[in-house]
Every structure is written in C-alpha cells, then in structure tokens.
Design a protein around this ligand. Structure first.
Ligand SMILES: Nc1ncnc2c1ncn2[C@@H]1O[C@H](COP(=O)(O)OP(=O)(O)OP(=O)(O)O)[C@@H](O)[C@H]1O
Ligand SMILES: [Mg+2]
Length: 343
C-alpha cells in the first residue's frame, strides 16, 4: 500500500557541511569531494578538513515528528543547525515552505527565526528570574495543558525538575512557530522523568500538530517519539523511514545492530502489519475484532490470549485497511526473539 503524499514543510537537498581551513572554497567552487564515502573522508582528512554533514537530502512533512538519530559526533547538531542556518552549509539547498532559506538576507533570517521556526537546545534553558507565567509568556490554557495550574507564580527553583521541564516544553511548543528544532532536549534527565517528558511531549503534539525535527542519540527515545527517523553515521544519513520500516528492513548491518534492542512489539502497529502485506489474504470484515491501525502489537497479544482469531484493521480515516490472523503477530514475536538470540 503506498503512502499518501504529505505536504512538505522543510527539505534539504545535497546538503554538505565541511569544517576546515579551506572549507568555504569547496562550496564556492562547487567542487565537492566525490567518490566512495571512505575516500572522501580520507581526502578531506589529509588536508585537515572534516565533513560533518555529507550530501544529506530529505523532506520533513507538515505535522510530523522527524527524529534525527545517531551516535555522538555523527553530525546531528551540525545538520539541524544547517537547517535553521545557525551554521552556514558548505553546499546544498534548504527549502522552508518551498523558499530557499540559503538565499534569505540577514534581516529576513532574523524575521524567519522569530516567526517561522523555534529552537530548543539542551534542557530548554529556563530563565531563573522569571516565574512560570513569565517564562511561558503564553495564554493560561497552556498552563492547564501542561498541568501546572495553581503554580503560575512559582519560580523555577520552587518547581521540581520535571515541572521545570514541563514549563520549558509548554513554553516552546505553545503559540509559537509551526516548525521546531529540538536538539537533545531531554538528554540530561533521569530515565523516569525523561519518560514522563516524552509522554507529555507526545500529548502536546497530538493537540498542537507542530512540525518537529527532534534530535536524540537515544534509540528508544527515537523510536518512541518519531513518525519518521533519519539515522546518521559519520556525517551521512544512512536510512530514513518509519520506525517499523527501519526495524523490519534495516538498510545495513550497522542499522540492524544499532536497532536490535528496540522491542518490535512496542514499535510495530496493526497498520504496519497490513502495510507489510503480512497476511492480508482474509477478506476484510472476516474478523469480529476491529482495531485502529495505530494499535501496537503488545496490545494485540492480550486480545489474542483472550480468544481473538485475528483482527480487522481500520485506517485513521475509519476505512477498513485489511486484516491479519494471530499468526502474523506471533511471527513478529519470534523475529524479536531471533534477533536477541543472534547477539
Ligand atoms: N565548529 C566546528 N569546527 C570543526 N569541527 C566541528 C565543529 N562543530 C562540529 N564539528 C565536528 O563535526 C562533527 C559532528 O559534530 P556534531 O556536533 O554535529 O555531532 P552530534 O551528532 O551532534 O554529536 P553529539 O551527540 O555529541 O551532540 C564532529 O566530529 C565535531 O567534532
Ligand atoms: Mg549534538
């Protein structure tokens, strides 16, 4: 089944960022290093250059959470800074709502940053002398939204870490721009609070439908939050896909290894199974049990245990997508086990 075409908010084409003494000349002359990636890196290294981003091309769709994931030093921050032009790309194109961001003048850029894009770097950076109300600087409904009603007059030091983070998130996503760049916003939090923040973030996003580029080096966070994920390695985007696509069809051994701890049962949904053409043979309506396409396999298992023979899957628009038998779920379960055994 083909994906419906989605409106594009932001895209980059053949984006490069080279650091080093003559980095600018690579862009100016249009002579980018060519050949195998390993060769390119070697060539550059020999002249004290480093390619932090190598030939990146992708679209970010309106209203999606697009996660960029990769190990430390893989180029995530550089890439996201190129997308917002906080860092000047060496070469390539960045299109924001179809307009070439790299052609924007300095005053236009300031205006764009003020109105069209928001940025959040590590830990949201609350201003310590402002109260919740001032820090958020947005309507009262937003305070209700993040569950801080009654704490409007509190200063950051009077709030718990988690509460502070909630102020930060709400402040960021509230009435501001439709496009957000978040660079490892939760990385300094302990696991429980981090999970709560992820839930909060998803809850807000379901109401606000922002377009979000979210950076993380935490694979489980990536898979929890993402509509789509781009995986980076040494400056290169090596795979882009929905979480289920990536775990079911990793582009190479690196991605497979990188994602082997991701629990398939929590990532793969009923809709993914139908899309993967997993056993859609049965006529729709054959199964009494209907589930929305977003239902995760872990939520189907208890229903199978309770006697369901399979499921008819309803699309987001309410229309029937197809169906599958219990065996399709067990197939994924056994794959998960195989992956772990292979380690
Ligand atoms: N201003 C700079 N000058 C030279 N090299 C840089 C500069 N900024 C980043 N780099 C290099 O570019 C590469 C990518 O760095 P970047 O900060 O984008 O990685 P990252 O994926 O965000 O890592 P982390 O997860 O640690 O934040 C690294 O090798 C880094 O040392
Ligand atoms: Mg970084």
């Amino acid at each position: 089944m083909s994906e419906p075409a989605r409106a594009v908010k932001l895209s980059c084409r053949n984006l490069w960022k080279i650091y080093g003494p003559q980095a600018a000349s690579y862009g100016a002359t249009g002579k980018l290093p060519a050949g195998e990636r390993a060769e390119i890196r070697q060539q550059l290294q020999a002249t004290n250059h480093l390619a932090a981003v190598i030939d990146a091309s992708f679209d970010v769709h309106v209203g999606e959470i697009f996660v960029i994931m990769g190990l430390s030093g893989s180029g995530k921050s550089t890439l996201v800074r190129c997308l917002s032009r906080l860092v000047e790309p060496t070469s390539g194109e960045v299109l924001l709502d179809g307009d070439d961001l790299l052609k924007a003048t300095a005053p236009q850029l300031i205006e764009l940053r003020r109105r069209a894009m928001g940025m959040v770097f590590q830990n949201f950076g609350l201003l310590p002398h402002l109260t919740v109300l001032d820090n958020e600087a947005f309507p009262r409904e937003m305070i209700e939204l993040v569950g801080l009603h009654g704490r409007e007059r509190s200063f950051p030091h009077q709030l718990s870490g988690g509460q502070q983070q909630r102020v930060g998130i709400a402040r960021s996503l509230a009435v501001g721009p439709a496009l957000w760049f978040l660079d490892e916003p939760f990385s300094a939090l302990d696991p429980l609070i981090r999970r709560q923040m992820q839930d909060e973030f998803l809850r807000l996003q379901r109401m606000l439908h922002k377009t979000i580029v979210f950076i993380t080096h935490d694979i489980l966070e990536a898979f929890r939050l993402a509509d789509r994920i781009a995986i980076m390695r040494e400056g290169e985007v090596i795979q882009i896909g929905r979480p289920a696509d990536i775990v079911l069809n990793p582009a190479d051994g690196y991605v497979a290894e990188f994602t082997e701890d991701v629990p398939l049962m929590r990532i793969i949904s009923a809709g993914d199974l139908v899309r993967a053409g997993h056993i859609a043979a049965k006529a729709n309506g054959h199964f009494a049990d209907h589930v929305p396409e977003s239902t995760k396999l872990e939520d189907l298992v208890p229903r199978l245990a309770a006697g369901a023979a399979g499921f008819a899957v309803d699309g987001e628009d309410g229309r029937p997508m197809g169906g599958f038998e219990a065996a399709a779920v067990f197939d994924v379960l056994s794959r998960d086990r195989q992956r772990r055994k292979g380690r």
